[in-house]
Design a protein around this ligand. Structure first.
Ligand code: GLY
Ligand code: MN
Ligand code: MN
Length: 440
């Protein structure tokens, strides 16, 4: 099941409304070199994908509200060419762009330079993201410069160059029921992979053998693969937030932190973290910190509802963590003061979550100036507090030195949570996290 073509048409209709009289130029992603002449598997630009559902590199989409009906959605694509397709695979070409992807008109990509200025003439502005698309940007700037040069004689106002991001990303931030269904599917596969990983993990296994189990499940289930570099981090490696080396042997007595999620063919993503004892039994210190992170995570998930903010979710988690750390003697002082001074950040140094969607760290504002964006039905965010006890960061003045028995414990618990009319839906609840489910 993937998204029907009319979903993309509806998105374009909403984008046109948001653009008003401005034209938009939205490029596809290029292929990216891995090394020498080998390329990474293709990953489409999420903005381009959101509006077109077209999964080929080097295309460009034009949205032209100032043009007559039947000329408003124009795609520039790589034309069909057997000698290229025999190396790189099937292309839809110009005909496919029209028939299959709903373009009003389609041209070979190499004609962009000569046609762009004409298409943009008469628009009230150009929506284009400067600084991200070096292959397309010179053509847009040239068209814009031409408009500015002609303005005194043509008598028409010079175009403004504006960013499409605020308009487009406000749309992407609020997921439709169809999108939520796709995210449920990404969550299902990702949660199953975590359950499998816990079943196989044992002392003596290498981290990357567990990574293999997880990513094999993603592929078996028809996903593209991991949504981001899977983190499989035994013991102290879990205290490195972006650990992706995944090449250490799992030790008896350590915890294993796994942060992994799949990306579907239509690019919706899961993003789950679970932490559990490799030998099936928590030590007293591991259990104390695990219970604390779980309490913080459950409290933060519980407040997700329309009208709440991502900031409020974060604050909820931080308060539970700091109260618990004071009780355990890992922090000292009055809770409000510790929070205000950030005197807990040597133990918890990241935010509690982010928007999730076509990008893992999805687009959309968290705040507009001083105003924190309120959660609404259809927004999806991760809730992922953690604690990381190591010597990497200095203990803030006035806070206790950490006893050796706590060190090398890194814990994060992360769920993907959709905001609903009356609260929230935890999309990743099938990945178990209660201590009783993790022990054997
Ligand atoms: N896996 C990336 C993150 O949790 O933000
Ligand atoms: Mn994650
Ligand atoms: Mn995350």
């Amino acid at each position: 099941m993937s998204l029907a073509p009319d979903v993309f048409a509806q998105r374009r209709a909403r984008f046109f409304q948001a653009l008003g009289g401005a034209a938009a130029v939205i490029p596809a992603a290029p292929l990216v070199t891995h090394h020498a002449d080998c390329e990474w598997p293709f990953r489409q630009n999420s903005d381009f994908w959101y509006l077109t559902g077209f999964d080929e590199p080097d295309a460009v989409a034009l949205f032209l509200p100032h043009r007559p009906e039947g000329e408003r959605f124009v795609l520039f694509v790589q034309p069909k060419e057997p000698s290229a397709e025999v190396w790189m695979g099937f292309r839809w070409g110009c005909e496919g762009a029209v028939e299959r992807f709903g373009a009003d008109l389609a041209h070979p990509r190499e004609e962009l330079a000569e046609r762009l200025a004409d298409y943009l003439r008469g628009a009230e502005g150009i929506a284009f993201r400067v600084g991200k698309h070096p292959e397309v940007e010179p053509h847009v700037l040239q068209a814009w410069a031409g408009q500015l040069d002609r303005a005194p004689r043509s008598g028409t106002a010079a175009l403004g160059l504006v960013a499409p991001c605020p308009l487009l990303h406000a749309l992407r931030l609020r997921k439709s029921p169809e999108e939520i269904a796709r995210m449920r599917e990404a969550a299902r596969i990702s949660a199953e992979a975590h359950e499998l990983a816990r079943q196989v993990a044992r002392p003596g296994l290498n981290e990357r053998q567990v990574q293999g189990v997880i990513e094999q499940h993603f592929l078996e289930q028809g996903a593209r693969g991991p949504a981001y570099g899977s983190i499989v981090a035994g013991g102290d490696n879990a205290c490195v937030l972006h650990y992706t080396a995944n090449n250490a042997v799992l030790k008896d007595g350590d915890l294993l932190l796994i942060d992994a999620g799949c990306s579907l063919n239509d690019y919706y993503n899961g993003d789950i973290t679970r932490t559990f004892p490799i030998n099936g039994r928590f030590s007293a210190e591991q259990r104390a910190l695990y219970d604390l992170v779980l309490a913080a995570q459950e409290a933060a998930v519980a407040v997700v509802a329309p009208g709440q903010t991502a900031e409020g979710v974060h604050d909820t988690a931080v308060r539970v963590l700091v109260e618990g750390l004071v009780d355990l003697g890992l922090l000292r002082g009055e809770v409000d003061g510790i929070i205000e001074q950030g005197a807990y950040r040597h133990l918890y140094m990241h935010r509690t979550g982010h928007w999730l969607g076509l990008d893992v760290h999805d687009v959309g504002a968290y705040r507009l100036g001083e105003h924190h964006v309120a959660l609404e039905t259809g927004m999806v965010l991760t809730v992922e507090p953690g604690l990381y006890v190591s010597d990497r960061l200095p203990v803030p003045e006035g806070q206790p030195e950490i006893e050796a028995r706590w060190k090398g414990i890194g814990i994060r618990i992360e769920d993907d949570v959709a905001v609903t009319d009356h609260g929230h839906e935890n999309l990743t609840a099938a990945a178990l996290k209660a201590p009783a489910a993790l022990e054997r």
